[in-house]
Structures are given as C-alpha cells and as structure tokens.
Design a binder for this molecule. Structure first.
Ligand SMILES: [Zn+2]
Length: 68
C-alpha cells in the first residue's frame, strides 16, 4: 500500500493499467504482456485459467444422456 507498484517479474514501474495475474498463491501485476507471459511460462500457468475448478470439463458427449 506504500510506494509505487512494481512489475512482479522485471521490477519496472507499472503502467496505469498493469497486466494482472491471479494464481492460487498470489495476485501479481506486470508492466507488460511479455512479463506476464514469461511468468506464466516459468510457473506453468495456463494462458486462460478457469475461474472455478469445481466444474468438470464437458465433452458434449455425455454417455448417460446421449441416445444411441
Ligand atoms: Zn515487467
């Protein structure tokens, strides 16, 4: 809450609208899309994380409801 916010990857000052990334561990901010991408790569974070992990992936071919 004090001082200026810095990029969580390279340490540069953040722009007015920083790139944000929320992980299970922390909420991070980056100065640019590149920093965010690199951080994701280093930490194996998917490009578009699902907001909730409670919903199972639907294949659209449910064996219980699909008529033969
Ligand atoms: Zn950066």
């Amino acid at each position: 809450m004090s001082g200026k916010a810095l990029c969580d990857l390279c340490g540069l000052a953040l722009p007015a609208r920083p790139w944000t990334l929320t992980t299970a561990q922390a909420s991070l901010r980056f100065c640019c899309e590149g920093c965010e991408g690199i951080y994701r790569m280093l930490n194996n974070i998917p490009d578009d994380p699902a907001p909730t992990d409670s919903a199972p992936p639907t294949s659209g071919d449910d064996p219980w409801t699909t008529p033969r």
